[in-house]
Design a protein around this ligand. Sequence first.
Ligand code: GTP
Ligand code: K
Ligand code: MG
Length: 339
Amino acid sequence: MGIVEKIKEIEPQKNKATEYHLGLLKAKLARYRAQLLEPASKSGPTGTGFDVQKSGDARVALIGFPSVGKSTLLGKVTHTASETAAYEFTTLTAIPGVIEYKGARIQLLDLPGIVEGASQGRGRGRQVVATAKTADLILIMLDATKSEEHRRLLEFELDAVGIRLNKNKPDVVFKRKTTGGITFNATVKLTKTDEKTIRTILAGYKLHNCDIMIREDITTDEFIDVLIGTRKYLPCLYVYNKIDSISIEQLDKVARQPNSVVISCEMDLNLDYLIERMWDELKLVKVYTKKRGAHPDLSDPVCLRKGATIEVHTFFVAFLGSAINADYFRTCATASIAH
Ligand SMILES: Nc1nc2c(ncn2[C@@H]2O[C@H](COP(=O)(O)OP(=O)(O)OP(=O)(O)O)[C@@H](O)[C@H]2O)c(=O)[nH]1
Ligand SMILES: [K+]
Ligand SMILES: [Mg+2]
């Protein structure tokens, strides 16, 4: 039986299951989905993304249904042109452009439109969602004149490839060991899952020796995420385009949703604000470098993600106010930022 069939067999069982049994089914499902996304050993669609070199200080991926205006946006905010047209699937590959803002170079990736089932390997969808995983920020682009359902469908497709939007990594310490059995600890009361469920899931994954310390009231799904370990926790903005074609009442409604930005590419509405919000979400900070005895070079800042740790070699310990070369600093910083 193929993996897709196995998943189809489990899905209906989920409705009838008890909370405990449900946890086990979910663990099984997560395992099958993970297998589905592994690159196929034979021919067939692979789980890898488009081969576009990362460049600049951060990467932003445009994800959306066909014809929502992704390529139009790229053309408006970067110097790169990507073909736009009124028909669906105009864009067939990844097209990178660069947004220059406050001294940062942000790579914006225009991608083909995706449809429902993208994560299951339909069309180019799988390649698109795999590319989304390589981004530092996701823009879910929506057509403001179309159904609200699209937002949930896109979230579902990204979730299926292990992308968690606007969520923090669960506060769980999980350490594999070779002997010693399972040590289970929770520092908070667990109301959405329990030790028995977790132990059974561990057995399902043949994990008989590990340390677990749970420091947050997590769900069973979040625990599975920790076990699988390859989840990506990414910020996301929901960009509603074509607001030139909706009523003020509709506009008011979409603009009030969390993490939403409303724009019109055609009428150049709110595009500067969108870039400002992208900058905020990316948490970029500028670092100015200076040479001994000279004023800092304000024209050439190094951009870093907030929270990035910089390994400053002992050689550079006194770098504040001492001689430092911007390019060297950039190399050190880039090498030590964990994505
Ligand atoms: N009314 C209106 N139309 C727009 C706006 N932005 C883009 N369009 C139109 O929407 C259509 C699709 O635009 P594209 O940029 O090709 O859309 P896309 O999302 O890249 O589409 P695919 O590459 O096929 O996935 C074109 O006819 C655009 O002119 C807008 O702000 N308002
Ligand atoms: K199009
Ligand atoms: Mg396009």
